[in-house]
Design a protein around this ligand. Structure first.
Ligand code: NAD
Ligand SMILES: O=C(O)C1=N[C@H](C(=O)O)CCC1
Length: 267
């Protein structure tokens, strides 16, 4: 029989964190070891997530929670400001990080991969855990081989802290690996309002829309002679990320080193 995997959740009272607590409590192969939230400290984690009491009290400090409970895995959905520090902390305690939080740079990822390898543990940074979003990224990278003129438009709520989204950055990276080098558009173009052409990435543009009422959507728009192609993904419910997070918690136990992108866990 497989060992039960013990899981700590950081950002447990947040919108994603509550879904993760529910997912962990609902899977007999997993055990909630700790839940960390500064705003909900002292509450029962199950009650906080809208379920019955589970006997795990929410703690306010990640480091002491990891030191006391020594879980197998940390699942983190907090803020881009704390993502790197939380990943380092988990690795230091030998806890495998499954990081849904966005905002890492390529240099951060390289450093954290080395730390994981030195410690002999696995880790995952996944800007998006939903199957549809992963397929949208894969299809966009494939399309870019044949239609290299493109722009990425991502839409999120107006309180999102990072721009572009982690998903847009990952999409841009995958597209850049697949697409021939090309500087799009008119080289003499002039912005009369700064930023109106969006962010520049390897010859193409990324636009971040932030509006109340929006959750998470992205489209990659391709243009070629006489035609356009749009590849679009829409998220409607945070529970839609949970099958991916559940798979990640189990797969991160099986390898060494940091994996960047949930697509690596799909095959
Ligand atoms: N990978 C994915 O599939 C995916 C999906 C949705 C959201 N996200 C990302 O997850 C992150 C969180 O999103 P959300 O919508 O749940 O945000 P949220 O604001 O609802 O929740 C974040 C929570 O983290 C807590 N927090 C902040 N700093 C903390 C710290 N140092 N220690 C402990 N808790 C802390 C906040 O109090 C809050 O409860 C964002 O970066 C977002 O982009 C990723
Ligand atoms: O709601 C958010 O914030 C989301 N962030 C992720 C990103 O930055 O890509 C994924 C979708 C939801």
């Amino acid at each position: 029989m497989n060992e039960i995997i013990t899981v700590a959740v950081a950002g447990a009272s947040g919108r994603m964190g509550r879904e993760v607590v529910k997912m962990v409590l609902g899977d007999p192969a997993l055990k909630l070891a700790a839940a960390v939230s500064r705003s909900a400290a002292g509450q029962d984690a199950g009650r906080m997530a809208g379920l019955d009491s589970c006997g795990v009290e929410v703690k306010s400090d990640l480091e002491s929670a990891l030191a006391e409970t020594r879980p197998d895995v940390l699942v983190d959905f907090t803020t881009p400001h704390s993502a790197v520090a939380h990943t380092r902390l988990a690795i230091e305690y030998g806890v495998r990080p499954v990081m849904g939080t966005t905002g890492y740079t390529p240099e951060d990822i390289e450093e954290l991969d080395k730390l994981c390898r030195d410690k002999g543990i696995g880790g995952l940074i996944a800007p998006n855990f939903s199957i549809g979003a992963i397929l949208m990224m894969k299809f966009a990278a494939e399309a870019a081989k044949y239609m290299p003129h493109l722009e990425i438009i991502e839409y999120h709520g107006d309180q999102k802290l990072d721009a572009p989204s982690g998903t847009a950055v990952k999409t841009a990276e995958l597209i850049s690996e697949a697409r021939q080098e090309l500087r799009q558009g008119n080289p003499d173009e002039k912005e009369t309002i700064e930023g109106s052409r969006g962010g520049y990435y390897n010859g193409f543009r990324i636009h971040s829309v932030r509006l109340p009422g929006v959750f998470a959507q992205q489209e990659v728009v391709f243009g070629a002679f006489g035609q356009t192609l749009k590849i679009r993904h829409d998220s409607y419910d945070r529970a839609g990320y949970m099958p991916g997070v559940n798979t990640a918690v189990k797969k991160v136990m099986t390898h060494t080193g940091l994996v960047y992108g949930f697509e690596h866990y799909m095959d």
